[in-house]
Write a protein that binds this ligand. Structure first.
Ligand code: DHB
Ligand code: MG
Length: 237
């Protein structure tokens, strides 16, 4: 095949994949006005548009249902977009605690929770994750933990997630496939600290006997994705 034909075929494949994703989102996970307003409010407040996709939002919601989540911990609130998906997945007496290092993010996320009518069950705490997490022991166990903050602390966040969960809890981490799977490959000496930490995260959740895990390339047309880990009741022999 001539190079031009190859390029045309690749473009067609990418278009088809996008179309399938759009159909899945329209069928299973349509964004409503509240979520769209939350995206717009984040942009208006000058926050980066690095929130999860609707497909990932619905995946979080399905996982919350699967583990009967009543208490969810989110590390990295940003504009409150993923937090809205998580809070909506909770029962009326459920609780979402979302952490963010930036007070401005926290303010925007709180407004998002109020807009979505979930401020009664969703709160934002401000500070570095590694400082706030030790104080959460009295509010544990969490049924679900969603890690989506500074990437260099992902291994530390995993340690805390393991301490603050129970058998059957689900731990999800965003961005572990970043840049077409770069953190799945052994990092070069010149790799960034973020990439090294994401690589460590993947290796650890893939091999820790306390967890059963998978990563899925579901975001950004397969450029990025999430790791999903279930905390096991018994360690496999
Ligand atoms: C970045 C962070 C994220 O959590 C994300 O989903 C995408 C990009 C970033 O820091 O660039
Ligand atoms: Mg992310």
């Amino acid at each position: 095949m001539a190079p031009n034909d190859d390029a045309a075929e690749l473009r067609e494949q990418a278009d088809k994949r996008r179309e399938v994703e759009d159909l899945i989102v329209q069928t299973y996970a349509p964004e409503d006005d509240v979520l769209r307003e939350t995206v717009a409010a984040g942009i208006a407040a000058g926050l980066p548009t690095i929130h999860i996709s609707p497909m990932e939002g619905q995946l979080l919601s399905v996982l919350a249902a699967a583990c009967g989540a009543k208490r969810i911990l989110e590390i990295g609130a940003l504009a409150g977009y993923s937090g809205t998906w998580l809070a909506r997945a909770l029962p009326a007496d459920g609780r979402l605690i979302s952490l963010d290092v930036d007070p401005h993010h926290a303010e925007v996320a709180r407004a998002a929770f109020a807009r979505a009518g979930v401020a009664d069950r969703a709160e934002v705490r401000v500070g570095p994750g590694t400082e706030l997490l030790p104080a959460l022991a009295s509010e544990a166990p969490f049924d679900m933990v969603f890690i989506d903050a500074n990437k260099d602390d992902y291994p530390a966040y995993l340690d805390w997630a393991l301490r603050l969960t129970r058998p059957g809890s689900i731990i999800v981490a965003d961005n572990v496939v970043r840049n077409y799977g770069e953190p799945l490959r052994p990092p070069s000496d010149t790799a960034s600290e973020d990439m090294k930490a994401l690589h460590t995260y993947n290796r650890r959740v893939a091999s820790d006997p306390r967890l059963r895990s998978i990563a899925l390339p579901i975001d950004d047309q397969g450029r990025d994705g999430v790791a999903i880990s279930v905390v096991l009741a018994t360690t496999p022999s």
